[in-house]
Design a protein around this ligand. Structure first.
Ligand code: ADP
Length: 469
């Protein structure tokens, strides 16, 4: 079956509903009209019965009129007939002659039960008459029957006319309703076509395009609004991705070019083994920095893709801190910075030891790198309420208030020139931030330019694994 468009379906539904409502309304109208016409005929018959009954006197099987009988007959198109209690016709008007109604069950019941009985009878040639069978009491006290009747042709004609009119106008109204539905659906759906066209124009190259808002605040405007929000998010993540890629290529290109340059120079100028050694050891330093950047990049990319499974188990954070301090001690002594480690006993947290170690090493690395000879670094493990707190504080150069909100962003490096020895890719703190949050914790920093910085990592504590200790 071919798929119908929303417009066609709406117009069809509208027409069908209109059809149902109009049919019910017409049926109701017909019913009411029929009832009213019949009630009118019945009222006329009752009136006629009274008009005939008044000048009529029956008794001993005979009918006597108190006025001229012809006057009674001529003045009306309603027939009358008088029967005795056994159903024997005593007298009937000319019109009743034509009707020649048979004595029916209703007529007999009227006499027996002494109650008027109404009936509708079919005559030959498709005519219908309405009959009032009314018992009357003769002057001899015996029951008689007075029947008054009239053709229902007029009422039936009226009803037929009504049906004809309805049959004529219903399809017209339905057609008009269907067209109106089609037009209204077209108008209501017109913005959808606009939205579709605008959405088709939006590609990866044109992410800045937005769907038009008509300012009506209706459902379609809300949809456009929602799609625009979604596009803004897509645009920003797309831009961040492009920025990330260009940063990555830049980060890798610069040290690679330096390496290549120093290799070239060594090949062209070095003569002795000592000179080659010197060139190679300087290259190794660059290579180490490069591999550190690549390592951090990979770790971050995996973290963002949700591909880093954390193997958490209760760990003694003091022990992890001591390990981290020991691994950064050579760098500290190289830079003339002293490290102090104060680990409170038995602070346990369910963590991935490898990740927390990386977090601590990154923080300690920075505390040493952005320090001066003679400076100090203090590393601490403490507990506050249900949190373990890892603190790395230094007496280094501090972070400017402008840099502070951005230091956890990828590739962000402080504005101040740190000198080539402390050059990094600006990824370390992004990784630290991710690790802290991945463990259900958070990281905060306080810093004062020229006086030093304090990084605090909060991790939820756990009970130590007693089975192991
Ligand atoms: P980087 O590779 O540059 O060290 P990070 O993400 O580790 O990248 O740090 C981002 C920036 O934050 C650094 O460039 C530096 O300006 C600032 N920063 C981080 N730690 C410290 C610190 N202990 N003292 C002063 N500045 C810091």
């Amino acid at each position: 079956m071919p798929k119908l468009s929303i417009r066609v379906r709406l117009a069809l539904a509208h027409t069908i509903l209109l059809g149902i409502i109009l049919s019910l309304w017409s049926a109701g109208l017909y019913h009411v009209a029929k009832g009213r016409l019949l009630a009118q005929v019945d009222a006329e018959l009752e009136e006629r019965f009274a008009a005939v009954r008044l000048p009529l006197s029956v008794g001993n099987g005979r009918v006597n009129w108190l006025v001229d009988r012809r006057a009674v007959e001529e003045s009306s198109y309603i027939a009358h007939a008088i029967y005795d209690g056994s159903g024997l016709l005593l007298e009937r008007s000319q019109l009743a002659d034509i009707f020649a109604l048979p004595v029916t069950d209703a007529a007999r019941r009227a006499v027996e039960e002494r109650r008027p009985q109404w009936e509708t009878l079919e005559l030959a040639y498709g005519h219908t008459v309405r009959v009032l069978n009314s018992p009357i009491t003769g002057s001899d006290g015996a029951p008689y029957l007075l029947r008054v009747s009239r053709l229902l042709d007029q009422a039936e004609d009226d009803l037929r006319l009504l049906v004809t009119l309805l049959a004529l106008f219903l399809p017209l109204i339905l057609l008009a309703g269907g067209l109106a539905g089609w037009w209204m659906a077209g108008r209501a759906l017109a913005p959808v076509a606009e939205i579709t066209a605008a959405a088709n124009r939006i590609t990866a190259r044109h992410l800045a395009e937005r769907l038009p808002l008509r300012g009506t605040g209706d459902e379609l405007d809300q949809l456009s609004h929602t799609l625009n929000d979604m596009m803004a998010r897509l645009q920003s993540s797309f831009e961040r991705m492009s920025q990330f890629l260009s940063n990555v290529s830049h980060e890798l290109r610069t040290p690679l070019a330096a390496l290549r340059g120093s290799c070239d120079v060594a090949l062209r100028t070095a003569r002795s083994e000592a000179e080659y050694r010197e060139a190679l050891s300087s290259n190794i330093e660059d290579l180490e920095r490069l591999s550190h950047t690549v390592f951090n990049l990979l770790a971050l990319a995996r973290a963002e893709a949700g591909q880093v499974p954390l193997h958490c188990r209760p760990e003694d954070l003091g022990e992890l801190l001591r390990d981290a301090v020991e691994s950064t001690r050579p760098l500290a002594s190289e830079r003339g910075v002293s490290i102090e480690c104060a680990a409170k006993q038995d602070v346990y947290a369910a963590v991935d030891a490898e990740h927390i170690l990386r977090l601590l090493v990154n923080l300690l690395d920075n505390a040493i790198k952005y320090n001066q000879p003679g400076g100090q670094v203090r590393a601490e493990v403490g507990a506050r309420d249900s949190w373990a707190v890892l603190t790395v504080a230094d007496t280094g150069q501090g972070i400017s208030p402008e840099d502070l909100p951005h230091i956890f962003d990828r590739f962000y490096r402080g504005e101040k020139e740190h000198g080539s020895a402390s050059r990094g890719a600006g990824l370390g703190l992004s990784l630290v931030h991710w690790i802290a949050h991945a463990h259900g914790g958070r990281i905060e920093v306080q810093s004062e330019l020229g006086r030093g910085s304090t990084f605090r990592v909060w991790l939820p504590v756990t009970r130590p694994d007693t089975s192991e200790g």
